[in-house]
Design a protein around this ligand. Structure first.
Ligand code: ZN
Length: 81
């Protein structure tokens, strides 16, 4: 009997300890880094027509779409209608 009560008290103390610990330890973790996305110098854009990825600087952009060439831009908008 005595041993059982001791164990029960130990478990109860542990639960209370955990509850207090959780109540006190709710502050967010200190190591919260602001992650800046490492923007590549040239974002690769898929051609809307042939899906080939081309650097944004070398792509032809029109109406929110990127194209590897003006020929594909024309072909894309021709095929849309
Ligand atoms: Zn293309």
């Amino acid at each position: 009997m005595g041993v059982l009560r001791f164990v029960f008290l130990g478990i109860a103390a542990w639960i209370i300890f955990r509850l207090v610990q959780r109540a006190l330890g709710l502050q967010p973790p200190p190591a919260r880094r602001e992650e800046k996305p490492a923007a590549p110098p040239q974002a690769m854009r898929p051609c809307a027509y042939c899906k080939v990825h081309v650097p944004e600087g070398e792509s032809t952009q029109s109406k929110g779409h990127f194209f590897c060439s003006e020929a594909h831009r024309d072909a894309f908008f021709r095929g849309q209608r």
